[in-house]
Design a protein around this ligand. Structure first.
Ligand code: SF4
Length: 328
């Protein structure tokens, strides 16, 4: 549902309406896998080319998805990320034959033995319903991390983007998610410099980012994409203004993320080990359930789940030491 979510998707060829299951399996690491649950999108975001190239949303059948997750688990996969342009509208096109909604799909994947972590990307704020929130809160394997693309904090710009929610609705949803899912990390995507964005609109985006206090955010400068509605809009924002706004947004995002991460210091995080740190090969690297990178001293193999005591933090990473089991 977000620009970044789309860009991060690496499955398939735009013109082909085939599912990832029919394509070579995408596995960066033997213990992590992406599972495509749908392709295409029924939304009409003014800046996005996906609906034009991928067509309307087409969901994979729940039985096929769960069978793939089961196969992956048998093959040693511990973490799956369910992937779709708008994951939380998954399944609506299968009705009336199949009535399963995304929350039930999360529960079915949670029941697969061997799957320790479930993530999903990207949900659209307009389709985040109660059953999905309850499933995230109640399923042991579903991680306490939701990436919820905001794009703008101005109701005028959100309307021009055709996002179909306003800032108040987004704020209510973010509050509901935090209230229902203990220890939730919220991430987002924000676009600056959408056509017609005034200084006042941008100020509303900054205010909303301050209000929600995101744990992480991908920030983008709007650039016109041929074939989209927004590319032909009048009032394109000058490049200099876009860059200046991006810098101000990044400052706010980083300050808040650093504050949020600092709150983790002194606590224990469950970390899925990915390998050696990129900057220091004597240290291990992994990810918390809240999707934060941790560099830590310890001895563990990639794919292991270990407890790490967090000793320091920055806006993007945590640092710590593996807790070793103490004999009784
Ligand atoms: S929800 Fe909007 S941004 Fe996301 S894929 Fe659909 S049209 Fe594009």
């Amino acid at each position: 549902a977000g620009g970044a979510g789309v860009a991060r998707s690496s499955f398939g060829i735009a013109e082909e309406r085939r599912f990832a299951a029919a394509l070579p399996v995408h596995r960066e690491r033997r213990f992590q896998a992406w599972v495509q649950v749908s392709m295409g999108c029924n939304s009409k975001c003014a800046y996005c080319i996906v609906p034009a190239v991928r067509g309307r949303e087409q969901s994979r059948r729940p039985g096929d998805i769960v069978a793939e997750v089961t196969r992956l688990a048998a093959d040693g996969v511990k973490e799956v990320t369910l992937l779709g342009q708008n994951v939380n509208s998954w399944g609506r096109d299968l009705r009336p034959g199949i009535e399963t909604e995304f929350g039930e799909l999360l529960r079915a994947c949670d029941a697969v033995e061997g799957i320790e972590r479930i993530r999903f990307t990207s949900p659209h704020p307009k389709d985040f319903r109660e059953p999905v929130i309850a499933a995230i809160a109640e399923c042991v394997a579903v991680c306490e991390h939701v990436h919820l693309p905001l794009q703008s904090g101005s109701s005028r710009i959100l309307k021009a983007m055709r996002r179909t929610y306003d800032p108040e609705r987004y704020l209510r949803l973010a509050a509901k998610l935090r209230e229902t899912i203990p220890d939730l990390a919220l991430g987002t995507d924000v676009i600056v410099g959408f056509p017609g964005e005034t200084e006042e609109d941008f100020g509303e985006t900054l205010a909303l980012v301050e209000a929600v206090r995101f744990d992480s955010a991908y920030t983008f400068i709007y650039s016109p994409r041929g074939g989209t509605e927004a590319a032909t809009m009048a009032d394109q924002v000058p490049d200099l203004v876009k860059h200046e706004r991006l810098e101000r947004l990044v400052d706010v995002v980083q300050r808040i993320a650093a504050e949020r991460n600092a709150e983790r210091v002194g606590g224990i995080e469950e970390v899925l080990v990915e390998g050696a740190s990129r900057t220091d090969s004597t240290v291990l690297r992994g990810r918390t359930r809240r999707n934060c990178t941790v560099n830590f001293a310890g001895a563990a193999a990639p794919g292991e789940l270990v407890d790490v005591l967090i000793e320091a933090s920055s806006s993007t990473t945590l640092r710590g030491a593996q807790r070793t089991a103490v004999a009784a």
